[in-house]
Design a protein around this ligand. Structure first.
Ligand code: MG
Length: 267
């Protein structure tokens, strides 16, 4: 019996979002830019993060960019209110609010909100590459890791990026950091060799390279896919045993998971 309990615990730990004392929700659901769609909230807003936490998703994803004066802010596009974030100061950018009246969130605001009333939702931090200078992206990553360490939130975060150098730098700065690569042009063996914890590739990459799914599993690496918004795609990934599915529609994924559970034979 003890062996069985130990084995079950091991499974939970391996599929956990980030290492450490927090037990993250096991529903595989990563809300892409927060949970914004159903309530028509701005993407990447604190409101969308809070909604994701209320839904108790396994993780809530957001995008980090750096302003001209070195402030880390949360926004998907390189432009905010028609200004290029990297070339504009935070004071200028924050004159424009989000459509729900929120101030453009800083990473610090976001991390504070994400660690409040939250015992189950991992924070999935995407560090965006710089459009201006590759080193600026790496610098943004350095500052991001430093802030997360300062706020003692390492056990609540995982890092993702399209920029391989950014992920390698994060790993260099925090040997325990969980990292997932987004671009889809590296084999599982290459990721493993570089100390990347897993793949978070577009679903089409896995459909074209189904052997990578097996290779990632064989290497006990994390399997995540973006951005999955149809029931058919969700069902395929669930059938393949993915650890995480990144979606704009967390409620739909909950429905698919529920259906899958009810279809399981009762022993
Ligand atoms: Mg993103």
């Amino acid at each position: 019996m003890k062996i069985l309990v130990g084995f079950a615990f091991l499974i939970i730990v391996l599929s956990s979002c980030a290492p450490g004392p927090i037990t993250f929700a096991s529903n595989k659901t990563i809300a892409h830019r927060g949970a914004w769609k159903t309530a028509d909230l701005p993407q990447n807003s604190i409101a969308s993060l809070k909604r994701a936490i209320e839904l108790k998703v396994a993780g809530s994803e957001f995008d980090v960019r750096m302003t001209k004066d070195g402030e880390l802010v949360i926004n998907h596009d390189p432009l905010y209110a028609e200004d290029t974030i990297e070339l504009t100061t935070y004071a200028e950018l924050s004159k424009h609010t989000l459509k729900n009246g929120e101030r453009l969130p800083t990473l610090k605001d976001y991390l504070k909100a994400g660690s409040r009333n939250n015992n189950q939702t991992c924070l999935v931090v995407e560090v965006k590459p710089s459009l201006v200078d590759k080193n600026q992206g790496v610098w943004a990553a350095t500052k991001t890791v430093a802030l997360i360490k300062e706020m003692k939130l390492q056990a609540r975060v995982v890092y993702i990026s399209f920029d391989y150098e950014i992920l390698k730098e994060i790993r260099h700065l925090d040997a325990f950091a969980v990292t997932q690569y987004l671009t889809g042009d590296k084999t599982p063996a290459e990721l493993k060799a570089d100390g990347v914890s897993g793949a978070d590739y577009h679903i089409s990459v896995y459909r074209e390279n189904p052997e990578w799914i097996t290779q990632l599993k064989d290497n006990e690496m994390i399997l995540n896919a973006w951005t999955v918004n149809t029931a058919e795609d969700m069902d395929w990934l669930l059938g393949q045993g993915f650890d995480f599915i990144t979606t704009d529609q967390p409620e739909l994924l909950f429905e698919r998971l529920k259906l899958l559970m009810t279809k399981r034979p009762v022993k």
